[in-house]
Design a protein around this ligand. Structure first.
Ligand SMILES: Nc1ncnc2c1ncn2[C@@H]1O[C@H](COP(=O)(O)OP(=O)(O)O)[C@@H](O)[C@H]1O
Ligand SMILES: [Mg+2]
Length: 228
């Protein structure tokens, strides 16, 4: 699904230049569950943002299927992204002014040709799948962190993406809610969705097929877990 070749990212400000990613070479197959680990500041979020087409690399190739998207314009990237990728963030990133159902529906509004009735059906299905349909009319601030993250996952999956990118999805959750989020991501992966997840938790990384370790913007080790 994803092939990165000699991928690099440099952030330039007037004073400093930061090499956030250096010579990243990585393949992610369809249906894989990959965990990304490494100390703070080593480039994990930069990596996820580039894989998620929210940002462009400074150099190298990014093959998504048969397309090298490294040189794509912002509009080309957003067109491809909305049809293929769902995001989950550490801080949930729900919109406080919208209720639960509206937050999830927002992810479908970018898709032309989905009727209002179809949107409602899909939102309900996604909320039911995440076991949060009973809170559809609540506002995000009325929910616990674990519930908010379930809403965020519903939003990530409502457009049926092929790839889910999660940046420390359990980072703001207690262990019970963190485990629940890991169960949900594992279920989605079991249904065929490819998952790439950044985490600081070794136990949560154990849910993945493979752990990729970053250090100072480079991949230092890859551990393929023994699958039963
Ligand atoms: N928008 C930005 N502008 C300048 N430097 C950035 C920006 N985003 C990240 N960086 C720098 O790039 C490096 C990698 O950051 P990041 O990808 O956020 O790491 P991680 O997610 O592993 O903590 C850090 O040194 C960080 O300060
Ligand atoms: Mg980060």
């Amino acid at each position: 699904m994803i092939t990165l070749k000699h991928l690099s990212k440099v952030y330039r400000t007037t004073e400093v230049e930061t090499a956030a990613l250096r010579d990243i070479n990585l393949e992610v197959a369809v249906g894989e569950f990959v965990a990304v680990m490494g100390p703070s500041g080593c480039g994990k979020s930069t990596f996820l943002n580039i894989v998620g087409m929210l940002d462009n690399p400074s150099g190298g190739e990014y093959w998504f299927g048969t397309q090298n998207v490294a040189g794509y314009s912002e509009s080309q990237l957003s067109e491809l992204r909305k049809n293929t990728i769902g995001f989950v963030f550490q801080s949930f990133n729900l919109i406080d002014e919208l209720n639960v159902a509206e937050n999830v529906e927002l992810a479908l509004l970018y898709h032309k040709g989905i009727s209002a009735g179809e949107r409602k059906t899909r939102v309900r299905a996604a909320l039911e799948r995440m076991k949060i349909a009973h809170r559809a009319r609540h506002m995000p601030q009325q929910l616990s962190g674990g519930q908010q993250q379930r809403v965020a996952i519903a939003r990530a999956v409502v457009a049926a993406p092929k790839l889910i990118l999660a940046d420390e999805p359990t980072g703001n959750l207690d262990s019970a809610n963190g485990e629940e989020v890991m169960q949900l991501l594992t279920e989605l992966n079991g249904d065929g969705t490819t998952v790439v997840m950044v985490t600081h938790s070794h136990s949560h990384a154990e849910y993945a097929h493979r752990i990729v370790n970053f250090l100072d913007g480079a991949i230092v080790t890859e551990n393929v877990r023994q699958l039963l």
